[in-house]
Design a protein around this ligand. Sequence first.
Ligand code: C2E
Ligand code: CA
Ligand code: CA
Ligand code: CA
Length: 408
Amino acid sequence: LPRQHFAAGQEIFAQGDRGDRAYFIDRGAVEISTDKAGRKVVLARLGSGELFGELALINQQTRSATAVAVEDTEVVSINAEQLDAAIKTANPLLRKLLQVNLGRFQWTQQFMLQHADTVDARQPLEQKARRDLATEKEIQQAIEEQQFELHYQPIISMRGGQTIGFEALLRWRHPRRGLVYPTEFIPLAERTGQIVAIGRWVLGEALNALKAFQMLVGRGSGPRPPLTALAEAAPEPAPRSRTPLFMSINISARQLFELQEIDAIGDAVMASGVDPKQVKLEITESLLVDDPVHAQAAIQLLREYGMRIALDDFGTGYSSLSYLHQFPMDTLKIDQRFVSTMGRDPKSYRIVRAIVGLAEELGMETIAEGIERNNQLAALREIGCDAGQGYLMSRPASFREARRLLQQ
Ligand code: C2E
Ligand code: CA
Ligand code: CA
Ligand code: CA
């Protein structure tokens, strides 16, 4: 592997450069900094034995930070091809370790960059990695001790205003920190692979809840009344609906990596006795982007089990209309970023209208998320969006609260 020497003050790479290699510090010291709105923010100061620039090994994007030798420094570098060659010849255990650790590094770097203004930016990367490791252990414990719970947010028909389903949302009842939200631990659980075990639990729990909710509604005597927020706005009285409730369940791309795991999902649904048509799996575009060929097979298999597929967060990230064409999906979920601005921004309004129109053309159903205001609800209804969820109608509720909502 190439060995390079840098004098004090010499740049190793600059923010904006195309990255193709990672560096290991054999001797010396390196400062990692980033430019935030014209201001230099030091992210880390690294010494011998430490690694930097490894993001380039995962995807060869441009460097998001600058690396400068702060004293006489000697580094060894490795590029993606060399790493690939090494991984290919490594035994499976070593390969797995490498993958997990690269994922962890990537997460740590992204975290550092995102929080460069708020956290102590000089905190070494190593400390972050250590904290990740501690969290990873805590997640393991949470799985074993069942510290997770699901909350259920009602999904409402735009026409009648009645609850037609729920989205299951994960929470971690942490022994010290209290209720922890998924955005705080799912990214790590995805990188460590723990999301697979968590996902299995989520599926079982959500299926049980769905059975309970369906039974409750089936037993109920009258029609399900609209939730209060919709009561005045509903253009027509809630029709007596015989359609059973559905459950929307979030699935990480990581859970669909192995076809075996997909079969496990299918088997769990079959064994639960729930009609698979009433199970909607929410996937995100990243699954489709990262490996379209595999994604197609995965979605196909899930649909063969009779489950429905929803594309979550539509309109964010990589969003490409061609996906809608390429992948057979039942539902489009319109991201709350559009919904939150559509009341005041005509452009958002038109985007949502176009999305809903397109979905209709393709025979897909639309669900809008993050509805917080009456004008958003009215606009979505005008556009012809099929269903929605949001704080305006109901926040995600505990199992007992959700049951009570259905009984009202
Ligand atoms: P998501 O799938 O986009 O879920 C919608 C998020 O928006 C939820 O956040 C929900 O509580 C929130 N929300 C709902 N209505 C409103 C509203 O009117 N206003 C605002 N501001 N927010 C609203 P939450 O529960 O924190 O979940 C965050 C993300 O975590 C989810 O985003 C999803 O990507 C992920 N997630 C949640 N549960 C699971 C799970 O069981 N498995 C996996 N893999 N991911 C999950
Ligand atoms: Ca979702
Ligand atoms: Ca979403
Ligand atoms: Ca429609």
